[in-house]
Design a protein around this ligand. Structure first.
Ligand code: URP
Ligand code: ZN
Ligand code: ZN
Length: 463
């Protein structure tokens, strides 16, 4: 199977240039001027950007969180494709009492034949028994070199400091990277109790019970434990200035600390949680949305490389019946929002178009760095000869408004409803297969494959 993407502007994390791309059997075979090849399908990209397929390293698809199941692969992976994300790294979870590998296999079964895009898994460690620690090397051999520890969600997923420390120590031996959800779960539990005792049951109190100090403290603790274990660490979903400053200080000391923020922390504030008729519940996620002054701080942290990636933390629940479970008690609202489809258009519009970051930098944040940190580079995350032909064609000359009706995400609302965006993904190739054409999905579920990932990613190499 051959195709040529003609006349586009190729943009990678480091370069922008006019070129054609020849794709043969799912791989990029040649990049150059005026490429011709017999029997090749021509895809015209005149006036458009040609970008490496995006990598979303932070999703929760068809996953049970807070007693409710998130939206399934069959809708969310299509939404992913429509937004140009050709690889998802989803969070599988260990069931307490069971092994890590069984957690991964369970998630693999759910995704198998159901995904429109390539996928891989991190594993959330919830029960680190002696036998489980010794499982970490075989997990890496299986192609899963990233583990997540939750410092929040007391009485559910939360792991203690010993678990975090031992996971860090064992992981570094085999080049695995430990990711942390950094919030102090025990203090959150105490504050939640206090709110409820005072009759403070509305969604807004979700944010009140999770002040930024608790994220800052946990971020600091996680980094210190990583330093003690002499291991790299990755802080997921950084929500504001104070935890970002802790990361900045650690990096200044030369520590291998990497981190991610998410579109909702750049564009949505705590004010959303005050929406009437319980609509604030749509914006309940953890860490919570923060005061809008943090938007600028986070952009600065992206610019100075304190934060290296933007994942969606797509964890999509229905408002009806699921979020509504917490109507008289905010602690029962399942935590999570959506954004897998709109990550790039939002960041292009409010980041690149507003001159906060360059397009190359955006490609780095949503594709190249996530691929490098997570052991997928150079197959994913770039446009280069020999790389997978995961390619996004983006037309910068259109405008639209995000609405739930026109989104492909499989729930009943959109967190970014009403946001105006510039530019649109028109075409997507997944390993050479045209899966989005003229902004219409033309692929099939099952096009996506499980991807084994390599250990000793970027966090071990210091660039
Ligand atoms: O609210 C969130 N972020 N839900 C997903 C689970 C997590 O903590 O990442
Ligand atoms: Zn988390
Ligand atoms: Zn998450």
């Amino acid at each position: 199977m051959r195709s040529i993407i003609k006349n586009g502007k190729v943009v990678t994390s480091t370069d922008s240039y006019d070129a054609d791309i020849l794709v043969v059997d799912g791989k990029i075979e040649q990049i150059g001027k005026s490429i011709e090849a017999k029997d090749a399908t021509i895809i015209d990209a005149q006036g458009k950007y040609v970008l490496p397929g995006f990598v979303d390293e932070h999703t929760h698809i068809e996953s049970v969180f807070g007693g409710e199941q998130t939206a399934p692969w069959k809708t969310e992976s299509i939404a992913s494709a429509m937004g140009g994300t050709t690889t998802i790294i989803d969070f599988a979870l260990q069931t307490k009492g069971d092994t890590l590998i069984n957690g991964v296999k369970e998630w693999q079964e759910t995704a198998k034949g159901q995904s429109a895009v390539d996928y891989s898994f991190h594993i959330g460690v919830t029960d680190l028994r002696e036998d489980v620690i010794h499982e970490i090397p075989s997990l890496v051999e299986y192609g899963v070199p990233t583990l997540k520890i939750f410092m929040a969600y007391a009485n559910d997923l939360m792991a203690d400091d010993e678990t975090l420390f031992l996971t860090l120590e064992k992981s570094k031996e085999v080049g695995a990277l430990v990711m942390v959800h950094a919030e102090n779960g025990s203090v959150i539990e105490a504050l939640q109790k206090k709110c409820l005792e005072n009759g403070q049951v509305d969604p807004y109190f979700h944010a009140v019970s999770r002040p930024m100090e608790l994220e800052t403290e946990a971020t600091n603790r996680a980094i210190l434990l990583a330093e003690a274990a002499q291991a790299p660490i990755f802080i997921v979903h950084v929500s504001g200035e104070e935890p970002a400053q802790v990361i900045r200080d650690a990096k200044a000391k030369g520590l291998p600390v990497y981190s991610e923020t998410c579109p909702h922390y750049l564009f949505l504030s705590t004010e959303e949680l005050k929406r009437e008729n319980f609509e604030g519940a749509k914006y309940v996620c953890s860490p919570p949305l923060r005061d809008e002054k943090n938007f600028e701080y986070l952009w600065n942290a992206l610019k100075d490389e304190t934060i290296q990636a933007i994942g969606s933390d797509h964890c999509s629940f229905f408002f009806e019946k699921q979020k509504e479970r917490g109507k008289s008690d905010f602690t029962k609202i399942p935590n999570g929002g959506n954004g897998i489809e709109h990550r790039f258009p939002l960041l292009y519009t409010y980041g690149v178009h507003e001159d906060k970051i360059s397009l190359n930098k955006l490609v780095d944040l949503v594709s190249t760095n996530p691929a490098k940190v997570n052991g997928l580079f150079p197959e994913k995350g770039t446009i280069a000869v020999g790389s997978d032909a995961d390619i996004v064609i983006f037309n910068p000359d259109t405008e639209q408004t995000i609405t739930h009706e026109t989104s492909h995400q499989g729930t009943d609302y959109d967190m970014f409803e009403g946001f105006e965006t510039i530019g649109k993904v028109t075409d997507v190739l997944l390993r050479g297969k045209h899966i989005v054409k003229g902004s219409k999905y033309i692929g099939k579920l099952g096009d996506g494959e499980f991807k084994e990932r390599k250990p000793f990613g970027l966090a071990y190499n210091k660039k």
